[in-house]
Design a binder for this molecule. Structure first.
Ligand code: SF4
Length: 175
């Protein structure tokens, strides 16, 4: 077992945008986290309902529409203890969708700490034996929240920051 260690390089805070199966997306935020940011930077991320125009349409997850994390100064994150769940669990991600539609726990290979592990011990790394008690604990909380949303049986939609349009999701199963 090798241990993940954040190297405090801040690379992850300097490019929050990702190309995902939904298009271009920013930092995922739950409704209790959007007040941490300027409201003009908040966009919907996922929604549930017949159509985004339907009056019963419900936004289940939001996203930050800026590339650079706004609460960063020379000393680091100014809201560190209150930072969003997606920051707390990074570089581990429960949102990656496998071709068969299942959600998996995975990690961002762009993270400097992950790259260091790859260089240091490729054989152990290949087995996926990474210890990261803090990040993985938050990752599981994140997964639980996502699982609750996915249980809703209505159509799911995702918002692409590039086109500023909603797209209908494919069906996602959680085992
Ligand atoms: S990119 Fe990885 S190592 Fe660098 S600050 Fe982010 S989590 Fe830490």
């Amino acid at each position: 077992m090798i241990e993940f260690r954040c190297l405090r390089c801040r690379k992850c805070c300097q490019n929050l945008f990702r190309e995902t199966p939904y298009g271009l997306n920013g930092l995922a935020l739950f409704s209790n986290e959007i007040q941490l940011f300027s409201q003009k930077e908040i966009y919907p991320f996922h929604g549930i309902g017949k159509s985004p125009d339907d009056e019963k349409f419900k936004i289940s997850v939001y996203q930050l529409g800026v590339k650079n994390y706004p609460h960063l100064n020379d000393n680091g994150c100014t809201i560190y203890s209150k930072r969003p769940l997606a920051c707390k669990s990074y570089p581990f991600e429960p949102f990656r969708i496998a071709p068969d539609g299942e959600i998996q726990l995975t990690f961002d290979v762009e993270c400097t700490g992950i790259l260091e592990l790859q260089g240091r011990n490729p054989s152990e790394f290949a087995d996926g034996k990474i210890s990261a008690p803090v990040e993985l604990r938050y990752c599981l909380i994140l997964l639980e929240k996502v699982a609750k949303i996915q249980q809703e049986e209505e159509l799911k939609w995702s918002f692409d920051l590039q086109t500023k349009k909603w797209k209908q999701d494919k069906i996602i199963k959680i085992k």
